[in-house]
Design a protein around this ligand. Structure first.
Ligand SMILES: NC(=O)c1ccc[n+]([C@@H]2O[C@H](COP(=O)([O-])OP(=O)(O)OC[C@H]3O[C@@H](n4cnc5c(N)ncnc54)[C@H](O)[C@@H]3O)[C@@H](O)[C@H]2O)c1
Ligand SMILES: O=C(O)C[C@H](O)C(=O)O
Ligand SMILES: [Mg+2]
Length: 627
């Protein structure tokens, strides 16, 4: 075939993205056997495939350029981000990403390395699940910070550029009334675990809209790697109800709905429809709510937790991990756990995570004090809560009902010289707390002044929990904490930091992250067949994590285990959850293990049962059988 002069020119030097597109069109037009149908009026490509099989076929795949009618015809609805892109926009998105990578690799921040690792791992994930998870399981300490916090935050922020092959399902406000049929577009007949987000509060990075799907994918990577949930039975979900992120609303390359978030009843009806659809198709699925803004996190938890197998990781998983760490901090002082109710705790941040921790810590104190009404009441006075408007007191106008139980009484405050809105440094100075815990999403909030005040803590071993994610949002770094407050502190952060060299020893940097609990909560719920996820099951998980640490480790300031043992920890946590579900008569059994069989298991047998049901990344022998 003779090439036209314009085609010859383009083939030699495609310099702009439009020229590249034109080149592809010309090539496609010149070879009709290739079904690349970008030109109007060209012959349709006949496919004998549907659904994901098309998206995974490089010849037929158009990714986000599949039109809405094509998505319906080909069972693709829900398998792609909602925004339809033109081929030109697709190429622009790709080129922007490619160029940014080139520039960053030359003179950008070190984040580029992490993102490059993520890309390589992601490509492996796309072509060989078993190998991908084997790499993760065997190198979890090194790669959890890539597939999970903190790099996953960067991935979400850059998702428009990084998006290649879709993973998981997208339900959007435009799909109302369709979700019950859309769930059948997912190829797996069995789904054990869904992690769902609406992208409204991704880590401490705010509203990232549809790009938040990355966090659901990252959490499920840990479900597979740490809990041994079969990767064929996990489903990341993004519910795209719009975004209030003005930058994304204006970005022509954004992949989600470009309208403001639904609110009120409209919002709830979308989430209701999603829950009904997934539980209709997969009645035994477990749904983990992730990174919903606190405005909805509590309401949705209350709405669903008694009827569905669901939990909110930021509220409940975080609470359990914090409790385990707080108990560890008591033991690190050489005191018994029973002394926990005497700890004075300042919490910075009263959102979904902060309030979750406060409620759980108060209940734990009350239990240690005999679980009476008055114990519960007196435990309240161990907490001082500081949010964006300062110390929360009963005189706060329009106080958030979730924070109300922790609002300080004005009378008590007068004695302490504090008032409504006192700033964090003042509160720390006056209270002299044993623990300073941050879930504020404000990087550097534990400033020099705050840490200087904390030096006057009445504890022999003050504890700092800078739990906000990702790394840049940590309330302080371990270097700042050890150098200002002293070598004797206990330190934990939500994102990983290296240990600190103190000259005469090591300042341990513990990772206080809900990853130590959510995989075990999910696995234990699955293997017990619990109808719902009770407070008792969550408490059992937290206690098992706390008990995992040995005295000598804790006395050395190591209050959380090494992530390299996360599979073992998860197995133990899951077994504790199974046993509690059985004890509370919530367990309905799993496969051949009916509730009576579960009840007969000893603690050791429960652990063995869990271990036996964890998926290992090993190749099976593959055989062909005609359908
Ligand atoms: N380590 C973990 O396992 C873990 C788990 C969940 C959440 N987190 C992190 O916690 C952070 C908060 O999450 P969330 O869901 O509660 O968010 P949120 O937006 O619901 O709450 C943030 C809270 O911080 C308060 N705040 C803001 N500025 C402040 C300031 N200057 N001083 C004191 N308080 C301030 C806000 O008033 C609000 O109460 C995020 O960074 C998230 O990544 C960590
Ligand atoms: O995702 C994490 O690393 C922890 C937590 O769920 C968060 O929202 O920060
Ligand atoms: Mg989260």
């Amino acid at each position: 075939m003779a090439l036209s002069s314009s085609l010859q020119r383009l083939l030699r030097k495609p310099s702009s993205s439009s020229q590249i597109l034109q080149r592809m069109k010309l090539l496609a037009a010149g070879d009709p056997s290739r079904s690349f149908t970008t030109c109007e009026g060209s012959r349709p490509a006949i496919v004998h495939k549907r659904s994901l099989d098309i998206l995974h076929d490089p010849w037929f795949n158009k990714g986000t350029a599949f039109s809405m009618t094509e998505r319906d015809r080909l069972d693709l609805r829900g398998l792609l981000p909602p925004n339809h892109m033109t081929p030109q926009q697709q190429i622009e998105r790709f080129m922007v990403d490619l160029k940014r990578f080139q520039v960053n690799a030359r003179d950008g921040p070190s984040d580029t390395n992490a993102l490059a690792k993520w890309r390589i791992l992601n490509r492996l994930h796309d072509r060989n699940e078993t190998m991908y998870y084997k790499v993760l399981v065997e190198n979890i300490e090194e790669y959890a910070p890539i597939v999970y916090t903190p790099t996953v935050g960067l991935v979400c922020q850059n998702y428009s550029g990084l998006f290649r092959r879709p993973r998981g399902m997208y339900f959007s406000a435009a799909d109302r009334g369709e979700m019950m049929s859309m769930v059948y577009n997912w190829p797996a007949d069995q789904v054990d675990m869904i992690v769902v987000t609406d992208g409204s509060r991704i880590l401490g990075l705010g509203d990232l809209g549809v790009q938040g799907i990355g966090i659901a994918i990252g959490k499920l990577d840990l479900y597979v790697a740490a809990a041994g949930i079969n990767p064929q039975r996990v489903l990341p979900v993004m519910i795209d109800v719009g975004t209030n992120n003005e930058k994304l609303l204006r970005d022509p390359l954004y992949l989600g709905l470009q309208e403001h978030r639904l609110d009120g009843e409209d919002y709830i009806s979308v989430i209701d429809e999603f829950m009904e659809a997934v539980f209709t198709r997969w009645p035994h699925v477990i749904v983990q709510f992730e990174d919903f803004q606190s405005k909805w996190a509590f309401k949705l938890l209350q709405r669903y937790r008694n009827n569905y197998r669901m939990f909110n990781d930021d509220v409940q998983g975080t609470a359990g991990v914090a409790i385990a760490g707080l108990l560890g901090a008591v033991r690190a002082q050489g005191r018994p756990m029973i002394d926990f109710p005497k700890q004075k705790i300042v919490v910075a941040g009263a959102g979904s995570a902060g309030i979750g921790v406060l409620n759980a810590a108060r209940k734990t104190m009350a239990r240690l004090l005999g679980n009476t009404e008055s114990a519960f009441e007196s435990a309240r006075s161990q907490f001082w809560v500081v949010d964006a408007m300062g110390l929360v007191t009963e005189s706060r106008a329009n106080i958030d009902p979730e924070a109300l139980p922790f609002a300080r009484k004005l009378k008590e405050l007068e004695r302490q010289g504090l008032h409504e809105g006192s700033n964090l440094a003042e509160v720390v100075k006056k209270v002299k707390p044993d623990v300073l815990l941050g879930l504020s999403a404000v990087g550097g909030l534990f400033s020099k002044e705050v840490l200087e005040s904390f030096k006057e803590s009445s504890s022999t071993r003050p504890a700092i929990f800078a739990m906000s994610n990702p790394t840049k949002n940590a309330e302080c770094t371990p270097e700042e904490a050890f150098s200002i407050v002293g070598d004797h502190i206990v330190f934990a952060s939500g994102s990983p930091f290296p240990d600190v060299n103190l000259g005469n020893g090591i300042g341990h940097c513990n990772q206080g992250n809900n990853m130590y609990l959510f995989p075990g909560i999910g696995l234990g719920t699955l293997l017990s067949g619990a109808r719902v996820i009770s407070d008792g099951m969550l408490q059992a998980a937290a206690e098992r994590l706390a008990g995992y640490m040995k005295d000598d480790e804790v006395l050395n300031g190591i209050i959380y285990p090494s992530i390299s043992s996360i599979r073992d920890i998860t197995k133990e946590v899951a077994a504790a959850v199974v046993r509690e579900a059985v004890a509370e008569d919530l367990a309905e059994g799993y496969r051949e293990m009916d509730p009576r069989e579960l009840q007969k298991l000893t603690p050791e047998e429960t652990v063995a049962y869990v271990k036996k049901n964890m998926w290992d990344p090993a190749y099976p022998t593959v055989v062909y059988r005609k359908e």
